[in-house]
Design a protein around this ligand. Structure first.
Ligand SMILES: [Zn+2]
Length: 492
């Protein structure tokens, strides 16, 4: 190497060194200290006043004493305020739009656009900072949700593992053929499908490849006894589903809400049942009486087999809302739904009612849904009193209803759980640590501890004293970014 080359080399090394130093400098850590706040973390028994130091998007340190901080650390004093981990809703559907059929969606692009823009903010407005999309017919729509500048963290289970041409979000069709092959005389599968591509193994491996954290299948023979039964999973399929899910570190969830379905699943190895046991057939809950033996036998087995129980009480209330005269006048709806969307619901509410309930009179709908709701609450209370694991999920939206408004539906679910007799401590656990552990997300979420993602909710009221605290939020902290609640409201 001659002298000229040597000089050039030194020059290049010098530039590399300085540009590297510059890059490190530009990666400055954003530090934030929350001080004198009552920390309510579900793995601890009681709240305590302390400090939370956040570096960028993670919790660096939680302590009772003020930690040493670097110069430039932003400080927010939260004296008199309460802080909890960001809430997790394990059962949402983000594709499509609440209450609109595919045709409605095509005909009303502006309404849909307004709804979608508000959607991530509505979940955050009620403190939901992590969502699990529990089966979507169109995974691309989740990518659209992810483009929002501020939004909850999102996980999904891909498209559902539908049994044959059975019940499920991806209802077996030529365009969405992710089904498990079953030999079914009622429903022949067209020749163009190769059964090998629809074995349990093939379906679970496709779901894993789509980036899912779990597999969702369905035990649903149908709701109308006058219609032919839909295919349901066999014991053999359940055993295989569990094996294939486990080996890929996927959580196995099953849709079920009746005696038949819960009764079948309670005997199998699965991780989560995605609805409560509210369809009791001919069994009646007499006022003031204990839950009947036919029901408790099933629930006992679910508890014994450590199957996590998702109450989803709002499924029933969301349908009932369609029969309630003044439902759309509730001022809370304006916080989570743009006015154009609310107006659309008001104009179309009779048409929407007819689509779900046909000509059934409203008082009959109200009465029967009240009965189903009290059955759901009784089952939930039994699970809670007997040591079952409750995981929080709303199923938003559960059907073509406006009665499951995003974000607000979570608050309503919590209120209904509370009415069912679930303690405030258990409600908090269900939406934080229980969901985080069950869905294997607890290294990042579920508690306020060193190293976790800084998704937090600052409340003006103590959530261990009043359920209303969940609608009395001051800030939502999303990956270390502090957001005033009002900014998230649809109506500013
Ligand atoms: Zn659902």
């Amino acid at each position: 190497m001659n002298l000229k080359d040597m000089k050039r080399l030194i020059f290049i090394i010098a530039i590399l060194f300085f540009s590297n130093a510059f890059a490190q400098n530009s990666k400055k850590v954003n530090s934030l200290l929350l001080e004198e706040v009552t920390i309510i973390s579900p793995e601890k028994n009681d709240g305590y006043i302390g400090y939370i130091l956040i570096n960028d998007n993670r919790i660096k340190k939680v302590s009772k004493k003020k930690p040493r901080i670097k110069e430039g650390t932003k400080i927010i004093n939260l004296k008199g305020r309460y802080i909890i981990p960001g809430l997790i809703d394990n059962h949402v559907h983000l594709s499509g739009m609440n209450g609109l059929t595919d045709d409605d969606i095509k005909d009303n692009p502006e309404i849909v656009k307004a709804f979608k823009e508000q959607l991530p903010k509505s979940y955050l407005y009620f403190g939901y900072t992590t969502l699990i999309d529990l089966a979507t017919p169109n995974i691309k729509e989740l990518e659209d949700f992810k483009k929002a500048s501020i939004r909850p963290d999102l996980y999904h289970v891909g498209s559902g593992a539908v049994i044959g041409k059975g019940y499920g979000i991806t209802n077996w069709s030529d365009t969405k053929p992710n089904f498990i092959y079953v030999d079914d005389n009622n429903q022949e599968i067209p020749n163009k499908y190769n059964p090998e591509d629809h074995s349990v193994k093939a379906v679970v491996s496709r779901i894993k490849e789509s980036g899912a954290i779990g597999v969702k299948t369905y035990y649903e023979p149908g709701f109308d006894p006058n219609v032919a039964r839909m295919p349901v999973p066999t014991t053999e399929i359940m055993i295989e589903l569990y094996k294939e899910s486990q080996s890929r570190d996927l959580v196995l969830m099953v849709h079920a809400n009746s005696i038949e379905s819960h009764g079948f699943l309670a005997k199998h190895k699965i991780d989560v049942i995605s609805h409560g046991l509210w369809r009791w057939g001919n069994i009646v809950l007499e006022q003031g009486n204990e839950v009947p033996k036919e029901i408790t036998n099933i629930l006992d087995l679910e508890i014994k087999n450590k199957i996590a129980y998702t109450p989803t009480l709002q499924v029933i209330n969301g349908l009932k809302a369609m029969a309630q005269a003044n439902y759309l006048e509730n001022p809370e709806l304006k916080k989570v739904l743009p006015s154009t969307v609310l107006d659309w619901y008001k104009i179309n509410k009779d048409k929407m009612y007819k689509e779900i309930f046909g000509d059934a009179p409203k008082d009959i709908i109200l009465n029967s849904f009240d009965r189903i709701n009290s059955q759901g609450k009784a089952s939930l209370k039994y699970i809670s009193r007997n040591g079952g694991v409750i995981v929080f999920g709303t199923d938003t939206p559960s059907s073509l209803t406006y009665g499951n408004p995003p974000g607000y539906n979570g608050y309503l679910e919590m209120k209904t759980m509370y009415k069912a007799g679930i303690s405030l401590k258990e409600i908090l656990k269900s939406a934080t640590i229980n969901n985080a552990r069950t869905f294997k997300l607890d290294s990042d979420y579920g508690t306020i501890e060193n190293g976790k993602i800084a998704n937090l909710v600052v409340l003006k009221q103590n959530p261990l004293k009043s359920i209303k605290a969940y609608n009395n939020i001051e800030y939502v902290i999303v990956r270390g970014k502090v957001v005033k609640r009002e900014i998230l409201s649809s109506k500013l």
